[in-house]
Write a protein that binds this ligand. Structure first.
Ligand code: SPV
Ligand code: MG
Length: 432
């Protein structure tokens, strides 16, 4: 009997999968690989069912002899172990990630004489609808909100991209690449930055954009995405106001709010001591955290305390004292910020904080110390990395140069080669 292998990364079995099993069983005895949760989130979408539930689901498919967990998106390990005569896959190699997987299968099967059998993909309205529904379920507030905590247990470091609109939300949601180290990667979550939300409205980052407008941005993003959201709550305002913000964010399905320990007129942290900024007292800030935790209705929402001691040059001891106090007051995580180019002070803080506290998640925003890699941050105990402003910093110069070119040339012809084709912009929203 020949050995046949196919891998599923799905929560629901539909006629397309049944067709694959049907075709596969004509070739021999079928083993189904179930892609692990850890790999599903790098390559596909967040699974609605756990790995174990998906294994059970595949065991029930008639014609399946065995089910195993495939814990890498690339087939090398599992195929070298099983040495199947045939690997069966749909012929829907539509993007760079899928093509990298196909190349990997061809490379690994060549080594021992296995064969890739490509089955025409089953296109049907029912499948497309089921797939769309499954995606849309992920956007439901209860499901979306809980997923940040689940991500913390699933991946060495949660990668978060700044978004400030529906369009940037779609970029964070849908961009999947083959990374330079050969893996497949995508962002895990989104950051609604106060800097970028303000900048997009042409306003300074001084808590001038009111909370109702900020929540409108959250809604613009939630309407078209499914990934978890971390909201930049600035100082949180008065405790009496912060409790309303917490409830509103929970209702919208936001997973976490980060509030910073500053008071009075807030300025962007990256100004550091160049402008007047006042750090809150430990007591006041702890009271605010406590008020937020008491107001919170769901178990999964997180209030993360952001420490500005390094930004305001108060030193690591002060940052560590505050971190301890904020965790004791109920903070579900600590964000430590720095505007140095060198990550040394951040790493020292993380190492010392981790020595005393192995549990509380650490969040960092490496905007200035941007040579550090995610793996290095994770090695120092960091759990969440936020890329806080790169999308808007990319967009502004591109738009400004376009405006300049039109003015200089008294026409738009010269700049056209730098732009997305008209045909693409009118279909973009359906395609991305
Ligand atoms: C933001 O993105 O708005 C932040 C991070 O709060 S920073 O701009 O570095 O202060
Ligand atoms: Mg901010």
């Amino acid at each position: 009997m020949k050995k046949v292998y196919t891998c599923f990364c799905t929560d629901t079995i539909h006629e397309g999968h049944l067709n694959i099993i049907n075709e596969a069983s004509k070739l021999g005895e079928v083993t189904v690989g179930v892609l692990s949760d850890e790999q599903m989130i790098r390559y596909n979408r967040f699974p609605l069912k756990t790995t174990e539930e998906r294994v059970r689901m595949c065991r029930e498919i008639p014609g399946v002899k065995d089910v195993i967990v495939q814990d890498r998106i690339f087939y090398d390990d599992v195929v070298q172990k099983l040495q199947p005569d045939f690997i069966v896959h749909g012929d829907n190699w539509s993007d760079e990630a899928m093509q990298a997987i196909r190349k990997n299968i061809l490379d690994v099967t060549k080594k021992y004489g296995g064969k890739l059998v490509e089955i025409p993909y089953t296109h049907s309205d029912a499948i497309a609808k089921a797939d769309k529904r499954a995606r849309e379920r992920l956007a439901m507030p209860e499901l979306r909100r809980a997923r940040l905590r689940r991500l913390l247990g699933l991946t060495p470091i949660v990668k978060v991209c700044e978004v400030h609109s529906g369009l940037t939300g779609l970029i964070a949601e849908k961009t999947v690449v083959v990374s330079n180290d050969g893996g497949i990667d995508q962002f895990d979550a989104m950051w609604i930055s106060s800097l970028c939300d303000s900048t997009d409205r042409g306003k300074p980052d001084i808590e001038l954009v009111d909370i109702t407008s900020r929540l409108r941005t959250v809604e613009d993003v939630t309407e078209v995405t499914t990934k978890p959201i971390i909201f930049d709550g600035d100082t949180g305002g008065l405790s009496e106001h912060f409790v309303y913000t917490v409830r509103s964010l929970e209702r919208l399905g936001v997973s976490a709010v980060i509030i910073e320990d500053k008071t009075g007129l807030k300025k962007n942290s990256l100004f550091g001591t160049e402008v007047k900024q006042t750090q809150d007292t430990i007591e006041n800030f702890c009271d605010k955290i406590l008020a937020g935790k008491e107001a919170q209705l769901s178990d999964d929402f997180m209030i993360i305390a952001r420490i500005e001691s390094l930004i305001l040059e108060k030193g690591i001891e002060d940052a560590l004292t505050r971190a301890k106090a904020y965790v004791n007051a109920g903070a579900d995580g600590i964000m430590i910020h720095s505007r140095k180019k060198d990550p040394a002070e951040i790493l020292e803080f993380c190492d010392r904080f981790r020595d005393a506290d192995q549990k509380t998640p650490i969040v960092v925003v490496p905007s200035t110390y941007n040579t550090i890699t995610e793996a290095e941050l994770a090695a120092h105990g960091v759990n969440i990395v936020i890329y806080a402003n790169q999308l808007i910093r990319a967009a502004f110069p591109a738009m400004q140069n376009t405006a300049k070119s039109i003015l200089r040339n008294h026409r738009a012809h010269e700049v056209d080669r730098d732009l997305m084709p008209i045909k693409q912009i009118i279909t973009l929203i359906d395609e991305i």
